[in-house]
Design a protein around this ligand. Sequence first.
Ligand code: SAM
Length: 276
Amino acid sequence: MDATQGKAESAAHGSQAIYYDDSAALYADPKIRLHYPPELYERVYAFAGPAAETALDVACGTGQCAAQLAKRYKQVWAVDANGEQLKQCKPQPNITFKTGCAEKIDLPSSSLDLVTVATALHWFDVPAFYKEARRVLKPGGALAAWCYYFPQIKHHEEANDIFQGFRERITGSRITDVRSYTESKYKGLEPRPEEFGVVERDEIPFVQESTIWHLVQFVRTGGMYTKMRRENPEKPDPLPDLQRELMASLKTSDEYTPLKLQCDIFMILCKDPKPL
Ligand SMILES: C[S@@+](CC[C@H](N)C(=O)[O-])C[C@H]1O[C@@H](n2cnc3c(N)ncnc32)[C@H](O)[C@@H]1O
């Protein structure tokens, strides 16, 4: 991937991926974005079964899921519509990173044992993606799509109220589709029987160790925050105030005061033994 392609590629794919341009370097920091726990991959592999030749991570972001898949699958492809995110991916001999969109996957039909989507399904044209996923999967190959709840600050009710209140202000009174899908555990995004015959759901409790500063940067890397900033360029950045309020609530002058974040993960697992 040519590093100069960046923003042009995102725009060319014309998707919601444009909201991930600005913060790609921060996004790659495992202490800022959630790094999925081993139990999640174990659950996906148990569902997918023993075939471990080929896998694809769609909307791979900065490549954390692809790096995990590469430990099990001989060949991994990882695509994202946003070239800025892809520039942060670490090259590995058995991973091919490329720009591409979920709705039109540049791989042959019936070629993959597993397709994964981590924290991105809610941005897609979902029926078009399911059609493509089904096309590129081998008969019986698995699709796993997961996401996590917006983090809740544990053990500090007041700080959590401040943080959840901030989220309300970012999304405004208008609850976006993205937010309603993630809050309802992807209700309404499940495949229809004609798209995938076997559909399971699961949830994995997860707690992320963080700090006030890392939590504020987490917000900075979010698509909703970027969207809000671009729609209101005249308004000042609200994040310094959020950080100050959280520090005051926790009675600390240290922005690296530790926090525990509850970010439980929910997933949709699907497959179909029949060829299309
Ligand atoms: C919240 S990030 C998740 C990144 C990564 N999967 C992870 O879990 O760290 C969402 C990603 O979806 C990508 N994206 C959004 N719409 C897309 C589409 N239609 N096709 C491909 N990528 C898309 C964005 O560019 C962004 O990298």
